[in-house]
Design a protein around this ligand. Sequence first.
Ligand code: S6P
Ligand code: ZN
Length: 183
Amino acid sequence: TNKVFIPEVFFTNDCLTGEDVVKSTRVLGDLDGVFQDKEAYGKMNKEQVVYHVSSYLPVLESTPGGLFMGITTLYSGKVGQEYFMTKGHFHSNSDRAEFYWGVEGEGFLILMDERRNVWAERMFPGSLHYIPGKVAHRVANTGYQKLVFSACWPSDAGHDYATIADTGFARRLVDVNGVPTLV
Ligand code: S6P
Ligand code: ZN
């Protein structure tokens, strides 16, 4: 089915924008440097949408004690043998934890601690994932349809994309003869 979970919102937020839901889109061109295979990346259409995020923000960013909720729709695709994935990040307030849960489709949550140990958890409708503080997180779509997952994180977590942009994840999830494999 094509049913995507869209929450009915029962809060009035105090965001500067006045928006209950903030939507953002990452196209392939926004993910320069993320994928291993530069040659394959170079040949692809940079306007292609890789994922959309709808964020539900009942309080201002960086408010201590509040919570945010987001729904990510990650499309199916590969750059070379590497599956479409989110940029991935640590939290700026590095000890802040997060929940992810699978809603539709299939993939893997890829996790990396501060010592650069990497592991992955299978995502599917109903899967629930606790991401401890100080653990970087990104999601790869290994299926043939879109992968939809939700997240809940503290409003003072923030996003540290720079560390991943500089040093990446220590392992990548690639298609090895049709099998998603961490290499
Ligand atoms: C926010 C939460 C998610 C991601 C989203 C996109 O803390 O982890 O809403 O923002 O899945 O991933 P990324 O790595 O591009 O922010
Ligand atoms: Zn996060």
